[in-house]
Design a binder for this molecule. Structure first.
Ligand SMILES: [Zn+2]
Length: 333
């Protein structure tokens, strides 16, 4: 990598951090609220918890099947984001950031971790989401029962793409029918498959199964189902726009892609969605896993987007999620 390549990510990161603090828009005592619709609650495993350079896919390695596999993340930047080393370290940092930035999160994953976060956060700020990606994980009856108990308010992340099948596959239909009946919003992983080497780590994954058009049969079968497309179907922009154009209730989140792909590419994708008229259906999300500072890094992308007006930023960071998840806005003052 050349010298500029080495210096630029750190410089950008620093610029972002500085501008986040200067852009920390306040009303009275509180930061303007932010909702992160895509957080993963997981037990921190120090052995697999690696540091991360944001926009780490800016220079994908030229790999060869007969050479060692390319690394999953890289730390080839001035200031890699540190991975938390324990559940407590991660929770303390997450909750502190949520309080400082007046945030709520939709969190899927380990139920014990989600409960711990709920105890530590302000009431209503950690919204549990039940994930399922294959009928082998749980029966429809057990799933419906779990949703009916009231702990889970959301269904996701649903990621059949990693299992090698379409979200419209009939094996998932009973679960979606339950969510439709119970008025539970659903987040479905479509598009991005990680770090340019998913074929090595997850051979069932198919890029073609991230095509947003694969949602059409599901949406037609369940007209009251509220679906948001996680990762905004990246990089299948044309299909994403066509699907949103044809389906009035489909939203997207920009999680994962917002800190993975080259920053200019990320901005051009978000800009195109807004330019095409869908600024009211884009929701902010990170895909947060083990790097506490990833929240500020990702929020900074929206805060610093010169192509977005103040109102468009507020829609993406807050208003669109309030509308989609039918949250009580008055609880965020
Ligand atoms: Zn995903």
């Amino acid at each position: 990598m050349n010298k500029i390549g080495l210096i630029l990510p750190g410089t950008l990161l620093l610029a972002l951090i500085l501008s986040i603090s200067s852009l920390a828009q306040k009303t009275g005592t509180n930061h303007l609220p932010i909702i992160d619709v895509h957080v993963h609650a997981m037990k921190v495993n120090p052995a697999f918890s690696a540091d991360l350079c944001p926009w780490f896919l800016s220079n994908m390695p030229g790999a060869n099947p007969n050479s060692p596999a390319p690394p999953f993340f890289n730390t080839d930047c001035a200031q890699p984001l540190k991975a938390a080393k324990s559940d407590k370290e991660f929770q303390d940092s997450l909750i502190a950031t949520m309080k400082r930035l007046n945030m709520a999160i939709i969190a899927s994953g380990d139920a014990g971790i989600i409960r711990n976060w709920q105890k530590a956060a302000a009431p209503g700020r950690v919204i549990p989401s039940l994930s399922i990606s294959s009928s082998e994980e749980m029966s429809v009856v057990a799933f419906t029962d779990s949703l009916s108990k009231g702990f889970y308010k959301v269904m996701g992340e649903v990621a059949p793409q990693y299992q090698g099948f379409s979200p419209s596959d009939k094996s998932l239909d009973g679960y979606f029918a339950a969510a439709e009946k119970l008025n539970i919003p659903v987040g479905i992983h479509m598009g991005t498959g990680g770090n340019g080497n998913i074929n090595i780590n997850n051979p069932k994954y198919r890029a073609s199964l991230g095509n947003p058009f694969l949602l059409e049969d599901l949406l037609a079968r369940h007209p009251k189902l509220q679906v948001w497309v996680m990762h905004a179907g990246y990089p299948m922009m044309d299909e994403m726009l066509a699907l949103m154009g044809a389906n009035a209730y489909v939203y997207v989140d920009i999680a994962g892609m917002i800190w993975s792909y080259p920053l200019e590419e990320v901005n051009s994708y978000i800009k195109r969605l807004v330019q095409a008229g869908f600024g009211k259906r884009i929701m902010y999300g990170t895909d947060l896993m083990v790097w506490p500072k990833l929240l500020e890094t990702s929020i900074g992308v929206i805060e610093n987007a010169s192509y977005l007006s103040f109102d468009q930023k507020r829609d993406i960071l807050f208003n669109n999620a309030v509308r989609f998840f039918q949250l009580d806005e008055s609880k965020f003052k």
